[in-house]
Ligand binder design. Structure first.
Ligand code: FES
Ligand SMILES: [Fe+2]
Length: 379
């Protein structure tokens, strides 16, 4: 005969509070202020299946992803309610995800639908719930809403340009970086580093004077370059007609960059977009969406481009690891020149969001004002 347990069950502590209490520090998600109130890319759609759970970390929060019977992506805190085992090595069953330790099973809302030890066929505990996260799929990615409330409709996932657009060849690269999101988005927008970090690969130092305008809006930093810039392989091979190149580097809050090299009137182009998902303060997962339109030459570049872009990104992985280690050991103490205007603009927007527009005493601070600066530098 099965007897009912008489042990008084301790109420389940919300996961975030529990982890903070143990570490003594707030988790990154808690410390992120308004930065958490966005959709963050968790995985490529092709990585999330109905067969095998996938474990990811976003803002120091472990999340398990899988697809339910309707093929919708599900995201739960990767932590069993029972004895806190990771759920992600468990099996996906008809009922939901089954913990590998004692078989507690949670449905796609995180509700405990079966505890096998509590009956011949187990027993459900409808009031016990693993934290679940809103998900959506867009542009070939699964996005997770990291805010505590409902998703904000005015903040959709970052739209990847030219996705499934005719004439454009596209692919993703997923890269682990040992550096934080602010450093990474600045790196992806930064032109002066390219003649050092990517020397011979992307851009060579020609002692060229570069004119640019750098605009800060409420939620973006938009850089337009004027003049004779060129990037290595495109100029020599892909722009035979020597069409003028329009180069823009844009940052969109909180973690997205888009770099466009467009030739002529959108006749040809190469666009690199990145969305950076923070794992913690010094590690990130970056989803880079590459698209190119080289006309008849597109098929010729099918194998070259993924190889080439991987080499270039690897050079950034190395310099970002260097900077990340230094920042972690020694803390930030930056000196800037006019060429760093976009860096300062990005830092101001992200910091204002993280502090929710308040100073250390909780007093409101004005938002960084919209402005445009003309910036000249040499590469
Ligand atoms: S720890 Fe998950 S069922 Fe026991
Ligand atoms: Fe770079």
């Amino acid at each position: 005969m099965t007897s009912q347990s008489t042990i008084t069950l301790i109420p389940v502590t919300p996961c975030d509070q529990a982890s903070s209490a143990q570490s003594g520090d707030a988790s990154m998600r808690e410390r992120s202020g308004d930065l958490r109130n966005y959709w963050y890319a968790a995985a490529q759609s092709i990585e999330v299946s109905a067969k095998k759970p996938l474990s990811v970390i976003i803002m120091e929060t472990r999340i398990v992803l899988w697809r339910n019977a309707q093929q919708q992506a599900v995201a739960l805190r990767d932590r069993c309610l029972h004895r806190n085992t990771f759920l992600s090595p468990g099996d996906i069953t008809e009922l939901g995800i089954k913990c590998p330790y004692h078989g507690w099973t949670f449905d796609d809302q995180g509700v405990c639908v079966n505890v096998p030890s509590e009956g011949e066929n187990g027993k459900s505990y409808p009031n016990r719930k693993v934290q679940s996260f809103p998900t959506q799929e867009a542009y070939g990615l699964v996005w997770v809403w990291m805010g505590y409330g409902e998703p904000d409709a005015s903040r959709p996932p970052f739209p990847m340009p030219h996705y499934q657009e005719e004439g454009w060849t596209t692919y993703y690269m997923k890269t682990h970086f040992n550096n934080g999101v602010t450093s990474l988005v600045e790196n992806f927008m930064d032109v002066p580093h390219t003649v050092f970090v990517h020397k011979g690969w992307f851009r060579d130092r020609k002692k060229l004077r570069v004119e640019s305008s750098v605009e800060r809006t409420a939620d973006s930093v938009l850089v337009t370059y004027h003049g004779q810039d060129s990037i290595g392989f495109t100029e020599r091979v892909l722009n035979p007609k020597r069409l003028p190149m329009q180069h823009t580097d844009n940052f969109y809050m909180p973690n997205n960059t888009r770099v466009d090299y467009i030739y002529g009137d959108n006749e040809r182009g190469f666009v690199i977009s990145s969305t950076c998902t923070p794992i913690n303060d010094f590690q990130s997962t970056v989803f880079t969406f590459i698209c190119y339109k080289f006309g008849w030459a597109n098929p010729l570049f099918r194998f070259f481009m993924p190889w080439y872009t991987r080499q270039v990104i690897q050079q950034d992985v190395e310099i970002m690891e260097n900077q990340g280690k230094s920042l972690q050991e020694q803390g930030p103490d930056f000196k800037s020149t006019p060429a760093d205007t976009l860096h300062l603009f990005i830092e101001s927007l992200r910091e204002h969001s993280q502090t929710e527009g308040k100073d250390a005493q909780g007093q409101p601070l004005p938002a960084p004002p919209a402005m445009t600066r003309s910036v000249t530098f040499w590469i």
